[in-house]
Design a protein around this ligand. Sequence first.
Ligand code: ASP
Length: 330
Amino acid sequence: MTKRRDFLKLSALAGAAALTPSACKIETPGERPAKSKKSIKPIVISTWQHGMAANKAAWDILVNKGAALDAVEAGVRVTESDPLSTSVGFGGLPDRDGKVTLDACIMDHKNQCGAVAFLQDIENPISVARKVMEDTPHVMLVGEGALQFALEKGFPHKNLLTDKAEKAWKEWLKKSNYQPVINRENHDTIGMLAIDANGNLAGACTTSGMAYKLHGRVGDSPIIGAGLFVDNEVGAACATGVGEAVIRTAGSAIIVEMMRNGMSPAAACKEAVLRVMKKHSDLKNLQVGFLALNRNGEYGAYSIYKGFNFALRTDTEESLVNAKFELTNA
Ligand code: ASP
């Protein structure tokens, strides 16, 4: 817990330092006032510090009046392809059998969605998820079937286990202590939400899941309604943290419903966090963070423990924002 909080603090500072002072600031609490419909401008937000680079790719599309769907796909692909990111795509930490298995989903403004889970050997699962959405009558493909589909669609086969990740896994094997604690494993999904110039929303969520998980384990990230949910009439939400807890509470779906009933994104994220806390008696190491955006461009975030942050990009801002939280110590 402490280790990871320190890591987050440091990485947030490092990320901020890479940007010019005028373009970037770290702030709290991660909310902004409502704007009138007329003034809606493109916006992209995404989880964690790796969202800064991902947002740049998304922003290039949004600023050129591209679709939010294209933006979120292009954005999270950056993180998926980054070998230094040990929690998403290529370079992700493997399961306890040494296999990198990926989960991802994508959703557009028409409630169309696609997902892949337990997918191996494909660098960009988010693009496979999009193909599931666009080229099949289904929503989700998993495992061997998802791989077969990806290869048929021309995605290249690639070994995703980097030397760095393999070394970490071998180190873990020495004790093989099966305690997949998210905070200790420094494990962070990228979830991204965007509004384009037409006012349409889309979202994407992609991860290599919990490090050293059981082979076959699937988390919340590819599950529509848990790791991600988008409803163009209302807004969108995504999740990071212990996937099992997010699935148990249908995290992203309930946030969108709360926003539909009038809550702000920030208030809805907080309420969802409180729901997760209420439904779990043991909160030790149970980190969950939610991020939400409504159709007016208001956004908010909230987590159980301190340390969750998100990247924000608008026409006037590029920043890493610290989310509000419920608890300071595990
Ligand atoms: N939610 C992801 C999972 O449970 C992990 C994370 O976001 O850190 O697989």
